[in-house]
Write a protein that binds this ligand. Structure first.
Ligand SMILES: [Mg+2]
Length: 120
């Protein structure tokens, strides 16, 4: 099962990849919103997107909105993973069709359970 992670911080991508691969998910990466959309366009079998919010070129919420406007894009669940906790941002996330909002640092076991539930 293929998961796309989008984050401009390499350390975050490394940690997420390690956690997801421990459950045998196949992980691909984007380094910002623009890159994430390009990677998604080349990988029609992505089952879940996990994205950061603050990134250069295109932030995670703008990317989520754009993805959900694509044909078939609505079906792809998107999880936001960020240190941001602002209510206004969360409301924007909801509007963009974000399914879940995970605050960093996350609890690995709990997070992986949520992932399994979303893409089962
Ligand atoms: Mg960031």
């Amino acid at each position: 099962m293929k998961i796309l992670i989008v984050d401009d911080a390499e350390s975050s991508r490394v940690q997420l990849r390690r956690d997801l691969e421990s459950k045998n998910y196949s992980v691909i990466e984007g380094i910002d919103g623009v890159d994430g959309m390009e990677v998604l366009a080349k990988n029609a079998d992505v089952r879940l997107i996990i994205t950061d919010v603050n990134m250069p070129r295109m932030d995670g919420l703008s990317m989520a909105k754009k993805i959900h406007e694509l044909p078939n894009g609505k079906e792809i669940p998107i999880i936001v993973m960020t240190t941001e906790v602002g209510a206004e941002l969360k409301a924007r996330g909801k509007e963009a069709g974000v399914l879940a909002w995970v605050t960093k640092p996350y609890v690995t076991e709990k997070f992986l359970q949520a992932v399994a539930k979303i893409i089962k």
